[in-house]
Design a protein around this ligand. Structure first.
Ligand code: SF4
Ligand code: SF4
Length: 380
């Protein structure tokens, strides 16, 4: 339980409703209800959905599994406003907000977030009056607390919180493997939020599940320290033990994941000094895995006849080299990252082997060979 940020005493494990159990294209509601029941029975209360999760079905699942079955003041429900291309006016935002309320079957949301904010989206939010809109909904009693979820650099976060001190909380990607990662900037973003005195909701503490699938040597280290603790438990406890944490979200897909999470979070103990040291060793193992030494300078990109986004593909490939595939899957854990990297240009397999990129690369990377590896991993 945290010490009462924003007037609420929130248990430090939240239920992310973005990866619910599915049967085909539909959410497995029986299993979802049973997971919700166990979660609530163990004293946990925070649920996180979004307008876009599972094509809108996540908000509906929240209604069916939580809102209709529990008193409104016994749980906390958060959802999010997407600022995607179609959203340009107050009417557009109102339409989405009303739809979220209807789907979720509530009169108010406890937490409401501008979704997946970055530099560009902050500019858009200012331009279309998104902050005014969400605080208007708050003034009407339809939102209790307004904040945003964030995916950009610490510098952008600092600018945003300086410009919008009215934001009551932030939702950040924090995990121990990316704590010092310059792309994700977990620690730096965390420190900016603390500097601005904002309570933090943690998302992706297990790095999209990849920290449950890291290389065997790193897993063995954690198991040797405590064979009774699951590998993901280290990741959740790392985040929950930080100061200023309102709650840590876990996107649970199975009853087994839920059972595991509640087993160690019911009587939460932060990582001990010794456990921190063990975790640091596991991170050292991850860092020692050879990755593509791409600096993201982009000198290779302009002359590529296939418009292959080489540095972004290498970013994805480096993640794959460290974390591989999720349990029970032969696909890289970060397939979505590769798809994003190739959505506006060529795929790795479309490389013509012309060599123009290699001639420009100051790191002398064997780009063609690495792209072949990416093609094999992501395109099968
Ligand atoms: S070798 Fe491949 S990636 Fe490099 S410039 Fe040519 S087509 Fe593009
Ligand atoms: S030129 Fe080399 S280091 Fe720079 S982005 Fe391309 S591959 Fe990476």
């Amino acid at each position: 339980m945290n010490s009462g940020y924003l007037g609420d005493k929130t248990p430090k494990l939240g239920f992310g409703l973005m990866r619910l159990p599915m049967i085909g294209d539909e959410i497995d509601m029986e299993q979802t209800k049973s997971m919700v029941d166990k979660f609530m029975a163990k004293g946990f209360t925070y649920f996180d959905t979004a307008y876009v999760y599972i094509n809108g079905k996540s908000e509906v699942a929240a209604r069916e599994a939580i809102v209709k079955r529990y008193p409104r003041d016994s749980f906390t429900l958060a959802t999010k406003l997407p600022l995607w291309d179609k959203v340009e006016t107050e009417e557009d935002m109102q339409k989405i907000f009303d739809e979220s309320m209807e789907r979720a079957g509530v009169e108010y949301f406890d937490y409401y977030l501008l979704h997946a904010m970055d530099k560009e989206k902050f500019e858009k939010a200012d331009r279309i009056g998104a902050w005014d809109f969400i605080f208007k909904m708050k003034a009407e009693g339809k939102i209790k607390h307004c904040g945003f979820s964030f995916h950009d650099s610490a510098e952008v976060l600092d600018e945003a919180l300086t410009k919008h001190p009215e934001a009551e909380f932030v939702q950040l990607q924090i995990n121990y493997a990316d704590w010092e990662n310059e792309n994700v900037q977990s620690r730096k973003c965390y420190e900016v939020a603390v500097k601005h005195n904002k309570p933090i909701i943690v998302m992706e503490p297990v790095k999209g599940g990849s920290l449950a699938a890291m290389v065997p040597e790193a897993q063995e280290l954690l198991k040797a320290e405590n064979p009774d603790l699951s590998i993901p438990s280290w990741a959740v406890r790392f985040c929950a033990g930080l100061d200023n944490i309102l709650t840590v979200l876990s996107g649970m897909s199975t009853q087994a994941q839920l059972d595991d999470n509640v087993s160690y979070m019911e009587h939460f103990e932060p990582l001990s000094e010794k456990e921190h040291a063990v975790l640091n060793k596991a991170v050292d193992i991850l860092k020692s895995i050879p990755t593509v030494p791409c600096t993201g300078c982009r000198y290779c990109v302009d002359d590529c006849p296939q418009h292959i986004n080489i540095p972004e593909i290498f970013k994805a490939l480096n993640g794959y080299k460290q974390f591989g595939s999720l349990e029970g899957s032969d696909k890289p854990y970060n397939m979505g990252q590769y798809e994003h990297a190739t959505k506006d240009g060529g795929k790795a397999s479309e490389c013509l082997h012309c060599g123009s990129c290699e001639a420009h690369c100051p790191q002398h990377i064997h780009i063609i060979e690495e792209l072949e590896g990416a093609a094999k991993a992501y395109e099968g």
